[in-house]
Design a protein around this ligand. Structure first.
Ligand SMILES: NC(=O)c1ccc[n+]([C@@H]2O[C@H](COP(=O)([O-])OP(=O)(O)OC[C@H]3O[C@@H](n4cnc5c(N)ncnc54)[C@H](OP(=O)(O)O)[C@@H]3O)[C@@H](O)[C@H]2O)c1
Length: 331
């Protein structure tokens, strides 16, 4: 079967190829999925460029991709909740969805929402789980306010609609051409980052979802109220996460040094700061299915590429201006 793999760490255009690999054999707890579509994420690029080498290692060449939608064509004897022919979507644990068939543990799949296409379903798992987990970690309530950076991106466009379903007041940032669309997603106040400095508008809010990092992480503390929350997807590792990862003393010291400015801000605002690493969660996949089925979450597919044009899909996502999501159509 065909698979898009990366062969070494480095520049995306020099590191991927289309390979012929063996079709997987499932174990008792797995299903075999015929892949219909696979979502493309900035994470796929970070993996190729070696940004995650310290936390995740791959035996190369390795098949790319985390998001998938497709149909169950075989199941292991311990799989009782799903049947052959079921249409599913999933975010797999160890990457490998840019291929025609994928073996997935039964605990990582959810039934695909019936009212959307396979391409739309494949765009949802990673960003949907991230947005849900981030807003839950920040304990966002209906009476509260949030700033979601990059509202037109994969995570941002889901998070806006999810925050709206909670009932929160929400600010978001995007560029001029996406202002109207992002407003339609449910943002109360859309700030065009090309013309306006959001720090002049957003004040005393309860939570920031930081999808951009660098100065955006530090500045988040300037717009939250005392005891507010900053949940980052890309900022420095917080002390609690570093402890949980059981990192050695030298790495802990290095991370503490890297977040020194943030530590100062946390103290000044008595704030809650956390770096989220999204996790697989079948219960939340079901929550996504319900949100989509009831029309609370709508999906915007920016571009669809065939599997043999994966490189173009990755280079497009790497530009950082995706409107919604980019997907590979595999069947
Ligand atoms: N830690 C985790 O578990 C986790 C999980 C998911 C994602 N992430 C990370 O979170 C980041 C966002 O992910 P994503 O999938 O949402 O990315 P994405 O879809 O590629 O985001 C693209 C969007 O960012 C917007 N953008 C770019 N610069 C901006 C700026 N200065 N201000 C406001 N918006 C800006 C663009 O809007 P315009 O075109 O209008 O500029 C575009 O719509 C990535 O770095 C990703 O790797 C981490």
């Amino acid at each position: 079967m065909k698979a898009v793999q990366f062969t070494g760490y480095g520049e995306v255009s020099k590191s991927i190829k289309v390979s012929e690999i063996e079709k997987p054999i499932i174990n008792k707890n797995e299903v075999l999925i015929e892949t219909y579509a696979a979502g493309v994420n900035p994470l796929d690029i970070k993996v190729i460029e070696g940004d995650l080498k310290s936390v995740s290692t791959f035996k190369l060449p390795a098949t790319l991709g985390y998001d998938i939608s497709g149909v169950i064509i075989e199941k292991g004897e311990h799989v009782t909740d799903f049947n052959i022919g079921d249409e599913i979507f999933s975010k797999v644990k160890k990457q490998g969805t840019f291929t025609e068939f994928v073996a997935i543990n039964k605990n990582l799949i959810g039934l695909k929402p019936k009212n959307i296409s396979f391409e739309e379903a494949a765009s949802l798992p990673l960003v949907g789980l991230t947005a849900i987990q981030a807003l839950k970690r920040g304990k966002l309530k209906s009476s509260e306010s949030i700033l979601i950076h990059a509202g037109s991106g994969g995570v941002g466009s889901f998070a806006i609609q999810y925050a709206k379903s909670i009932g929160a007041y929400l600010y978001t940032t995007t560029s001029t051409e996406n202002v109207k669309w992002v407003k339609e997603l449910g943002a109360d106040r859309v700030i065009d980052y090309k013309t306006v400095d959001y720090r002049a508008i957003v004040k005393d809010i309860d939570m920031v979802l930081d999808t951009l990092g660098n100065e955006f992480t530090e500045d988040a503390f300037k717009v939250i109220k005392n005891k507010g929350s900053v949940i980052t997807l890309v900022g420095p590792v917080d002390a609690e996460t570093a402890n949980r990862m059981k990192l050695n003393k030298i790495i802990q010291l290095f991370l503490a040094f890297k977040r020194r400015k943030i530590t100062k801000q946390i103290k000044l605002k008595s704030a809650f700061y956390s770096l989220l690493f999204m996790r697989d969660n079948a219960k939340q996949l079901h929550e996504i299915k319900e949100l989509v089925a009831t029309g609370k979450i709508k999906i915007n597919i920016d571009k669809v590429f065939p599997l043999n044009e994966t490189l173009n899909a990755l280079l497009y996502v790497k530009k950082g201006h995706t409107k919604g999501k980019v997907v590979l159509k595999i069947k």
